[in-house]
Design a protein around this ligand. Structure first.
Ligand SMILES: Nc1nc2c(c(=O)[nH]1)N[C@H]1C(S)=C(S)[C@@H](COP(=O)(O)O)O[C@H]1N2
Ligand SMILES: [Mo]
Length: 507
């Protein structure tokens, strides 16, 4: 039994520990699972440029890649610990304890951690160290009996079999614990999910252009295709009976509303497009949905504003914060505490049980998921997560258009080709979309049904395509008359301004 055996032993011990920790975390808080907690701490500590680089380079794969890296680094360290264990078991155990400590500190260092969140790290440590010490002893016994069997006894074979059996047992138990933890962490009782009827329903959706222009984004994004952006490695799973929404800060009457209280208030249904400021030109971080919720202005009115607040700081169940200009919540637009999306309760990924949706603002300043608290305050007094990272405090959505079809770098048959996509200028509305082929003139596209200024607009242009390589460009104009330009003005990171160009080959 050589170095490979020793390294595997370390890896097995760490895997068993991580699996035990994952299972324990599913009972307390999935976000305190060792790998998840360390990954989240890494996101938190990473300088903003690193975060932006990761999102730009890996896109939505950034989370699996981060978790994979943390797991890989842990197992690599575990292999080294395994190599040490044969001669210096005490040192190896101490190093393994160090890994457990890192996980524990990461879990407890989160903005909303309770002492119980240390349990997964402790479980990981106890199981990992137990397996390391146990298997190391076995290894020594096998080696010793191997020497005696060479001198004539037959005990060595039995011991070796015991070793293999014990390792397999640990491996199977680890897989079972890991899977059980994952299943527990991602399921929640269905009875939590009850959606009340709107007091003010939205009219039925008109038929969108998706029926006639293949490839164009549907007027309403199906919930399972709605883009997802957040800093969470583990999706918070909120238990309804332990949840309430607080409205506090500079108010005359602080409110605490349970889900039952919330759904008894007037509920409106609105079609609103949500966009991420990190959406690249032509990117997919934009979606439209039919939201059901309570107007934020109703809540603020019930609480009664006092003094001179200028922002509402919203806090999620995990302590993440977003600040929204008070003006955007009280100027008459339909900013909502939403509890439903497309006729169903919010999916966990999109903020169950309640989230903020602010028409016209990028998600990072107006769309807090897993909402727990609305604090009426000032920018001078409180800074939100992204504000602390030097992002803008106010971020109105830029007028933008996207070409959905034809897709970039594809080959299309010559003749009549439908160029189509969506355009959005939430809360200002789209007045015009224009398409340019190569260096030709800007030609006005047909617009799809208008379902309000807060929702995107489908558009299409029939194009007589001639053989060769062509460049298609699109730009939108909002109802304020602002034309989308090629410049990517950046008052905050990235910014989805700039026009999209798509290159296609026509045969
Ligand atoms: N709690 C919480 N809410 C959040 C975020 C987050 O990281 N945590 N990200 C925001 C950002 S940057 C965007 S663009 C939107 C995305 O909402 P969606 O994932 O439902 O599309 O959620 C916002 N709300
Ligand atoms: Mo975002």
């Amino acid at each position: 039994m050589g170095r490979t055996h020793d390294a595997c032993l370390g890896i097995l011990a760490a895997s068993a520990g991580l699996a035990a920790g994952h299972l324990a975390a599913s009972l307390v808080d999935p976000a305190s699972s060792p790998v998840v907690a360390v990954g989240a701490a890494a996101i938190d500590l990473a300088p903003t440029p690193v975060k932006e680089w990761a999102v730009a380079t890996f896109g939505t794969a950034d989370k699996p890649i981060l978790l994979g890296s943390v797991l890989g680094a842990t197992l690599a360290a575990a292999a080294l610990i395994g190599l040490l264990a044969r001669r210096r078991l005490a040192l190896a155990t101490a190093l393994l304890t160090g890994l457990g400590l890192v996980a524990g500190i990461a879990a407890l260092g989160r903005p909303v951690a309770s002492p119980g969140d240390a349990v997964p790290a402790v479980a990981a440590l106890v199981v990992g160290a137990g397996v390391l010490v146990g298997l190391s002893r076995l290894t020594r016994e096998v080696a010793a009996s191997g020497r005696t069997s060479a001198e004539g006894t037959s005990a060595g074979g039995v011991s070796r079999r015991t070793m293999v059996g014990a390792s397999l047992g640990v491996a199977v138990a680890a897989v079972l614990a890991g899977v059980a933890g994952q299943v527990r962490a991602t399921t929640r009782a269905v009875r939590d999910r009850v959606l009340p009827r709107p007091t003010e329903p939205a009219p039925p959706l008109p038929a969108g252009l998706e029926a006639s222009v293949p490839g164009i984004s549907p007027l309403q994004t199906p919930t399972d295709r709605f883009y997802r952006v957040d800093v969470n490695l583990a999706v918070p799973r909120v238990q309804l009976d332990a949840w309430a929404l607080d409205v506090d800060g500079m108010v005359a009457r602080p409110l605490r509303l349970t889900f039952e209280d919330l759904v008894r208030l007037p509920l409106v249904e609105r079609d609103i497009t949500l966009t991420c400021v990190s959406n690249e030109v032509g990117g997919s971080y934009v979606s439209s949905g039919r939201w059901l919720g309570v107007r934020v202005s109703d809540l603020l009115e019930a609480a009664g504003l006092e003094d001179a607040p200028d922002q509402v700081l919203s806090t999620a169940v995990d302590g993440f914060t977003i600040s929204t200009p008070l003006a955007a919540l009280t100027d008459g637009r339909d900013a909502l505490v939403a509890i439903g999306l497309n006729g169903s309760p919010l999916p966990d990924e999109h903020g169950f049980p309640a989230r903020l949706v602010t028409p016209g603002l990028y998600g990072f300043v107006g769309a807090t998921k897993w909402l727990r608290r609305l604090t009426v305050t000032t920018y001078a007094a409180e800074q939100a997560y992204w504000t602390q990272r030097q992002w803008a405090t106010d971020a109105p959505v830029k007028t933008s258009a996207r070409i959905d079809t034809p897709t970039p770098l594809t080959t299309v048959a010559g003749g009549r080709v439908a160029v189509g996509g969506v355009a959005w200028a939430q809360h200002r509305g789209i007045a015009r979309v224009e398409v340019r082929v190569d260096d030709g003139p800007w030609r006005t596209a047909q617009l799809g049904p208008d379902i309000g200024d807060d929702c995107w607009r489908q558009w299409y242009l029939p194009w007589d395509a001639t053989p060769g390589l062509h460049r298609l460009a699109v730009r939108a104009t909002d109802r304020d008359g602002d034309v989308q330009t090629a410049e990517r003005a950046t008052p905050f990171p990235d910014g989805s301004s700039g026009i999209q160009e798509v290159v296609v080959t026509v045969t």
